[in-house]
Design a protein around this ligand. Structure first.
Ligand SMILES: Nc1ncnc2c1ncn2[C@@H]1O[C@H](COP(=O)(O)OP(=O)(O)OP(=O)(O)O)[C@@H](O)[C@H]1O
Ligand SMILES: [Mg+2]
Length: 243
């Protein structure tokens, strides 16, 4: 029997296009349930980032509705409320970091959620500590490396203790230690999530449901699995590459 959890984020009749020959979604329907740790996988340009932007109201679809907890999200206030609960780590950190100092970006969410300056700062420092980047709390964001910026965007979302996590390529550009730290942190947060990644290993380590976008619709796919091939050819022992 297929037992589903509660509907958390749902789209119905969703259509979105960037222009006449740029259809991304066509009358698509999909739902993120409680307990879902979704890996969103697919080739470059298939619309993965676009979908998460639609889910958070950064892009308005031409048709369809978005529901949070079973209720349609449409007014400005409803979108504002949704963004306080649904944490979205964007693909490009420069789109997410606005303040000169790291700590201000990380504390922005908690302050918006009503915490005092002291509480927000304390929470932000704790998250930076968890991510192993407390030492850059007072550094200027534009002086950081790409990987450090990615970690700061992660911190700016985790500091809000979101109910849902949307992560767009969370480990892109990170070194091995930061990547495995992020995987541990993600796995330590038992909340519904959607993770976009081109890294099948990351997805299989952090997700329990896998989807892709095909022909404007969402398709469930198998868990990525590592496998090896045995083959014979005429290179002998010589080092060679495969197309
Ligand atoms: N602002 C925009 N205006 C016009 N076209 C856009 C815009 N943003 C994205 N696109 C196009 O829409 C398609 C989907 O883009 P999107 O960024 O959602 O893909 P993606 O699946 O996240 O790809 P990637 O794996 O490379 O990040 C691409 O063909 C892209 O060129
Ligand atoms: Mg993308």
């Amino acid at each position: 029997m297929d037992v589903k959890g509660q509907a958390i984020l749902e789209v119905r009749g969703l259509s979105f296009s960037y222009g006449p020959s740029k259809d991304i979604l066509k009358d698509a329907r999909w739902c993120l349930y409680s307990g879902d740790h979704v890996g969103l996988w697919g080739a470059n340009g298939t619309g993965k980032t676009t979908f998460l932007k639609i889910l958070t109201g950064l892009i308005t679809p031409q048709a369809g509705e978005i529901l949070y907890g079973g209720n349609p999200v449409s007014s400005k206030q409803q979108w504002h409320d949704l963004r306080l609960k649904v944490g979205f780590v964007l693909q490009h950190p420069d789109d997410q970091l606005f303040f000169p100092e790291v700590i201000d970006d990380v504390a922005f969410g908690p302050l918006n959620q009503g915490l005092s300056i002291e509480q927000a700062k304390e929470k932000s420092l704790q998250v930076l500590r968890d991510l192993g980047i407390e030492s850059i709390a007072h550094q200027l964001s534009y002086e950081l490396s790409g990987g450090q910026k990615k970690l700061v965007t992660m911190a700016s979302v985790l500091s809000m203790s979101p109910r849902v996590l949307l992560l767009d390529e969370p480990t892109n550009g990170l070194d091995i230690a930061s990547r495995s730290n992020i995987i541990n942190i993600i796995n330590g947060i038992d909340k519904p999530r959607i993770i976009i990644s081109h890294d099948p290993e990351l997805l299989s380590e952090t997700c329990n449901r896998f989807i892709t976008i095909h022909d404007g619709k969402f398709e469930e796919i198998e868990k990525p699995a590592e496998h090896t091939h045995v083959h014979t050819h005429f290179y002998g022992q010589a080092h060679h590459v495969h197309d």
